[in-house]
Design a binder for this molecule. Structure first.
Ligand code: SAM
Length: 250
């Protein structure tokens, strides 16, 4: 695993700061403040994203899926997958050493969850680690929540996971987009790129294509806070700056 470079901001810790977490460093906080100046809705978007994760986990449980592969799982915070799905088997994956170390701490006493320290683009390594806990002959829920927009070829990154998903499996995703105007997302992407964290906004059509061969659970590919909201949400849907969707493999 890489040594943490805490002098440079990292998406895992910037996201932690946006969520109000304490697992971030001066460089992350300085970057996040510049991000918020450019995109005042960034903390709201982070919270909307995190709330989607919990709803998507429950949708998978409702379909009888009790195994989860959480790609780019991040620094543990409120509502982690194993907490949203008690009793399920959960494999977290992240490449940030700080996220991995904190996950190990949090999971030390959780027998049915573990963290694989790997780059999600290395499907072979991730799946080798995941197979120690997950049975890919049975349905699995692959969570790709706020991760694919950090990857230049999202379809290629997903391919190894798509290839081992048994019928009945689920793919849950959020993905940043610049489909709406005046959200600050372009400026945010410039900031991320300028700090060595390139990101890739995708259109609704491009996000939908990542579910090819699956049926989409209603309501399909929508602004993240419009995906099965649990309370009346007065927030402008575009403030999520991301699409959310859950696919189901027949
Ligand atoms: N999935 C969590 C959520 O939605 O609440 C965390 C999302 S956070 C914005 C993105 C996470 O993806 C970070 O923890 C980052 O370290 C991780 N990440 C980014 N690129 C990655 C890669 N190539 N391999 C593994 N993890 C990656």
């Amino acid at each position: 695993m890489r040594t943490p470079d805490t002098d440079q901001p990292h998406p895992a810790r910037v996201y932690d700061y946006l969520l109000g977490g304490a697992c971030n460093f001066a460089a992350d906080r300085a970057f996040a403040e510049r991000l918020i100046a450019a995109m005042p809705g960034a903390p709201t978007a982070a919270k909307i994203n995190r709330a989607f994760l919990r709803r998507a986990v429950r949708a998978a449980l409702d379909l009888g899926v009790t195994q989860f592969l959480d790609l780019g799982s991040g620094i543990p915070t409120v509502g982690n997958t194993h907490e949203a799905a008690p009793g399920a088997k959960v494999v977290y994956v992240d490449h940030d050493p700080i996220a991995v170390a904190h996950s190990r701490d949090v999971l030390a006493e959780v027998p049915d969850a573990r963290i694989v320290a790997a780059d999600v683009r290395d499907g072979e390594a991730v799946l080798a680690g995941a197979r120690e806990l997950l049975d890919f002959d049975r349905p699995v829920a692959v969570l790709a929540v706020a991760i694919l927009h950090f990857l230049d070829d999202a379809a290629a990154a997903l391919a190894p996971y798509r290839s081992v998903m048994a019928p009945g499996s689920v793919l849950a995703m959020t993905h940043a987009t610049r489909d709406a105007e005046n959200t600050g997302v372009d400026e945010a992407r410039r900031l991320y790129s300028g700090s060595g964290m390139p990101s890739y906004a995708r259109t609704k059509a491009e996000v939908s294509a990542l579910f090819e061969g699956m049926s989409l659970l209603p309501p399909g590919v929508v602004w993240t806070n419009q995906w099965r909201p649990e309370t009346a949400d007065e927030t402008d849907p575009t403030s999520s700056v991301a699409y959310g969707a859950v696919g189901h493999l027949a």
